[in-house]
Write a protein that binds this ligand. Structure first.
Ligand SMILES: [Ca+2]
Length: 168
């Protein structure tokens, strides 16, 4: 029997030049899955995936299992399991501005042993993707798990962006 996974996952559908998505935290403190089926309206030239985290200093946001697919996952180390240097993700450029911290930790993985953890103001997680010519014009699938250790008193703000050029 054919199961329509598109409906089961209830992913967002986007037909757009780029994705800019502000995540609305539900404060359940469990991992929640966010996903998109995205049809870009322009050719993707080395697009960049960026997560921006902003939250109160005493709270954490966890991210795990980031995928960006047409045929194979184009994100490298999206599960945060294969870094040699656990404090500085080698494939995810991750500046940390103002009062903040970001690291790969063992305490709350969605999969495997590790996840990414952010705390404080203006933590970015960024990776540039290579897309081959025969993958252009595909429908892309973009998904990730997030867990918020935040609440209404100390709220979190998270956004996910995919664009061909991004300045921040
Ligand atoms: Ca993991």
């Amino acid at each position: 029997m054919f199961i329509n996974i598109f409906i089961l996952l209830e992913c967002y559908r986007r037909v757009s030049k780029e994705i800019y998505f502000v995540i609305q935290p539900d404060y359940s403190q469990d991992y929640k899955y966010y996903c998109f089926y995205w049809t870009p309206t322009s050719t993707l030239v080395n697009p960049t995936v960026v997560f921006k985290f902003q939250n109160a200093r005493n709270n954490y946001i966890y991210l795990d299992d980031v995928t960006f697919n047409s045929s194979t996952n184009l994100i490298q180390n999206g599960d945060f399991e294969t870094n040699d240097d656990l404090l500085e993700p080698t494939l995810w450029f991750s500046p940390c501005w103002r009062v903040c911290s970001r690291s790969i930790v063992e305490e709350n993985p969605k999969s495997g042993k590790f996840s990414f953890r952010a705390r404080g103001d203006y933590v970015y997680l960024k990776q540039t993707i290579s897309i081959s010519d025969d993958e252009q014009s595909d429908i892309y699938y973009f998904g990730f798990w997030l867990k918020f250790n935040c609440n209404n008193v100390d709220p979190c703000t998270i956004s996910a962006t995919i664009s061909s050029s991004l300045v921040f």
